[in-house]
Write a protein that binds this ligand. Structure first.
Ligand SMILES: [Zn+2]
Length: 366
């Protein structure tokens, strides 16, 4: 079987687990942080640099790639892997999150979502069939079901509706999926902050026996304690022989809490977004390299980090680059930030294998 999840080790004190997820473009060692390559590029980072940061699976955004350059061009290039020069695993989202959160003039019906393209103003009708068709053209190893992702402000009635629609749309996604041998379709559990709706959503999705499952609709503006509760509640409901992906989460504490519940995969735009704004993540804390205190700081960004940035440059140099608005500054910071988050999940994985997860990372669980 191509899309196999193999369990390597389990923590004896929590539900944390270390595993390997096989895809047509290679293996993903879990738990793992996945950098986001929105429009077919992890902003500012070359594929070679991504490899040096131990990236295994990266993300592409269906919505953005559909708008620009369009899936036809990517398909002609031989798929997203060839187009962007990345031969390791790729996951594409369904476009749902962007359509629901960014797009103007949305019209949501049981059929799908109509919105105006920000590029040329034309009306785009995003449906489960359309999302899967686009994702089949892009050719990622993992593709995501088109779901309804309600905002944190949604009423319970709206969340009930979104859960119902997400299951109905999943059925249509499965029917539309043309390449189940090459591309694993993951379902997305919705249900907002309501345990009974999360349970209902998970139970309905599991019936389809998909190669993997995600928890969506978190990190859409609710409090961290609520995210923890949702994840702790929902994760154990998902099959243990399939990978579990928590969408849009990438802070130290949130990842440790989720891993302790049995989550395997994460993604977040934070590392590159911070890098583009001259900020770095150092041991999980944000620091702004533009600050005057780093002007004559000739130490590495993080003395304990093995990334290219930390091995070769000082905080003073990074401070200078950011102040001079030199693009290398943003690139070096993004590179470190990506390495930092991936390495954090690599260290956790090793701790799970050594059964020292709680000893080493338990302080994040309090
Ligand atoms: Zn570094």
């Amino acid at each position: 079987m191509v899309f196999q999840y193999s369990l390597i080790a389990s923590c004896t004190k929590t539900r944390a687990r270390a595993g390997v997820f096989s895809t047509p473009h290679g293996e993903v060692e879990t738990p793992r942080f996945m950098p986001v390559g929105t429009v077919g590029t992890v902003k500012g980072i070359t594929p070679a640099q991504l490899q040096s940061a131990h990236a295994q699976m990266i993300l592409g955004n269906t919505y953005h790639l559909h708008i620009q350059p369009g899936e036809e061009i990517i398909e002609k290039a031989g798929g997203l892997h060839n187009f962007m020069g990345w031969q390791q695993p790729i996951l594409t989202d369904s476009g749902g999150f962007q359509v629901f959160s960014l797009a103007d003039l949305r019209q949501i019906t049981d059929d799908g979502v109509k919105f105006r393209s920000p590029k040329d103003g034309r009306i785009i009708n995003m449906t489960p069939e359309n999302s899967i068709r686009i994702q089949n053209s892009l050719g990622a190893d993992v593709i995501m079901a088109f779901d309804e992702c309600p905002p944190a402000t949604a009423t319970k009635e709206e969340v009930v509706k979104a859960v119902k629609r997400t299951t109905a749309w999943l059925e249509r996604c499965i029917s539309a999926h043309k390449k189940p041998e090459q591309q694993a379709l993951f379902g997305i559990v919705q249900g907002g902050i309501y345990p009974e709706l999360r349970t209902q959503s998970a139970k309905e999705l599991i019936e389809f026996n998909l190669p993997g499952y995600a928890i969506g609709g978190v990190s859409v503006g609710e409090k961290p304690e609520l995210i923890h509760q949702i994840v702790q509640w929902t994760t154990p409901l998902l099959p243990s022989n399939k990978p579990r992906y928590l969408m849009g989460v990438g802070s130290y504490k949130e990842m440790v809490v989720a891993i302790a519940s049995g989550i395997d995969l994460f993604d977040c735009v934070i590392p590159t977004r911070l890098g583009r704004h001259g900020a770095a993540l150092v041991q999980g804390e944000r620091i702004n390299l533009k600050n005057a205190q780093y002007k004559e700081d000739f130490t590495p960004l993080d003395p304990e980090c093995d990334c290219y940035t930390c091995k070769n440059f000082t905080r003073a140099y990074l401070n200078h680059l950011i102040r001079a608005k030199e693009m290398l500054g943003y690139i070096l910071l993004s590179l470190h930030n990506i390495y930092e988050l991936i390495n954090f999940t690599r260290k956790i994985r090793q701790a799970i294998i050594n059964d020292s997860f709680v000893e080493e990372f338990g302080h994040y669980l309090n």
